[in-house]
Design a protein around this ligand. Structure first.
Ligand code: SF4
Ligand code: SF4
Length: 168
């Protein structure tokens, strides 16, 4: 392979005495950093940094947030445990245990309804598949954080009252 015609690297350049002792170059670099720091402190409005969590990003209304389960008028879950959402879920992150409802008109209800938020890809197929409009991703909650993996598995009670930030 020939390197003819390519510019010579800076490694071939002779260093001056000032460059070879490094101290001056270090101080020059610090001067640039301090210059940026002072300029940013004096002109915080011009900084591209978002002051999170005080300043939050505004997402489109169509953006899918954390799930919630809809309620009937009496506060019971609207879900009839038909398993359509868990069947369609591409991430296989919904787990429902069905139980018989005392009201024969309703037939079934979810004894437990868990979603693993770490596996969810927020595709929205669960709400599309639901025949009862019992699950929605319209909470507008996008900040999902916890200090333990298990806390990302949210249960029925959580999903029925999903109005807080964080998973718990
Ligand atoms: S949004 Fe998609 S991945 Fe998440 S639970 Fe619903 S169907 Fe599954
Ligand atoms: S949320 Fe909807 S689709 Fe899922 S089990 Fe309940 S009723 Fe069926």
């Amino acid at each position: 392979m020939s390197f003819e015609g390519l510019p010579k690297g800076s490694g071939n350049k002779e260093r001056t005495f000032r460059e070879s002792i490094y101290l001056w170059e270090v101080l020059r670099g610090l001067g640039v950093t301090i210059g940026h720091l002072v300029r940013n402190i004096l002109h915080t409005d011009d900084m591209p940094t978002r002051q999170y969590p005080e300043e939050k990003h505004v997402y489109s209304d169509r953006f899918r947030g954390r799930h919630r389960l809809m309620k009937r008028e009496d506060g019971a879950p609207r879900c009839v445990a038909c398993q359509m959402c868990s069947t369609y879920c591409p991430a296989d992150c919904i787990e429902i245990v069905a139980a018989e409802h005392p009201d024969p008109a309703i037939e079934k209800y979810p004894a437990s309804f868990d979603i693993d938020l770490l596996r969810c890809v927020y595709c929205g197929l669960c709400e599309e598949a639901c025949p009862c409009d019992a699950i929605r991703l319209d909470t507008g909650i996008f900040e999902i954080a916890a200090d333990q993996r298990e806390k990302f598995v949210v249960d029925k009670e959580f999903l029925l009252n999903n109005e807080t930030d964080g998973t718990r």
